[in-house]
Design a protein around this ligand. Structure first.
Ligand code: SF4
Length: 203
């Protein structure tokens, strides 16, 4: 574990986020699966990290009701609602600051809404690449220069960042950046558990 990871774990823990540390993504997957009790329904936020872990398929195969707009056939608003009403919500975070804030930017807001006011239990899995050392400005910069360009290319969107690898909001006609959230502490009795991994994962 490097020093940035260690200080991030200390800061998150002080703010009331339970934190698990995993050396590998395989270890992280085992930690997450252990936290999901038999019969619990699970909602998913859009996350390449979670997708690559195969958690949706694994949980579906073991009889859990799983709700993810990346996978389910129902109309998106219906899946968003089911995911937000599930027992547990799985997602990543676009950035985590070393002083213990989760920073995310959404196109529709379904993911950040569910993280804040959805399922009572939220599990956030984040690779070492999501940790930023410069506070909120650095977190936003990371999202706009790393996550957004990669997401835009994944989705085939014609946003300026897809070609420039930087934000040009003034020229962005169909922005993915419509809702920005900074979660400083868990609120409203919601438990947000963070699983931090020494490997890079997602973007
Ligand atoms: S505002 Fe537009 S150009 Fe800027 S990061 Fe978001 S999607 Fe990309």
């Amino acid at each position: 574990m490097n020093t940035l990871m260690a200080s991030t774990i200390v800061a998150l823990t002080r703010k009331g986020f339970p934190v698990h540390h995993a050396a590998t993504m395989a270890d992280a997957k085992a930690i997450v699966l252990k936290m999901i009790v038999d019969g619990a329904s699970v909602g998913f936020g859009g996350s390449v990290t979670v997708r690559d872990m195969g958690l949706y398929e694994e949980l579906q195969s073991t009889g859990h009701a799983v709700h993810w707009h990346w996978k389910n056939d129902e109309a998106k608003p219906d899946v968003f609602r089911l995911a937000a009403e599930a027992d547990i919500y799985l997602t990543s975070s676009n950035a985590i600051t070393t002083d213990g804030c989760l920073v995310n930017i959404d196109g529709t807001g379904n993911r950040v809404g569910a993280m804040i006011a959805g399922p009572k239990e939220v599990i956030v899995i984040a690779g070492a690449n999501k940790i930023v050392n410069g506070g909120i400005p650095q977190a936003i910069a990371r999202i706009k220069s790393v996550a957004c360009p990669l997401n835009a290319r994944r989705l085939g969107l014609n946003t300026p960042c897809a070609t420039l690898d930087r934000c040009d909001a003034a020229s962005c006609e169909k922005s993915m950046c419509n809702v920005t959230s900074i979660i400083e502490r868990p609120v409203g009795g919601h438990k947000i558990t963070i699983v931090l991994v020494d490997e890079d994962a997602g973007y």
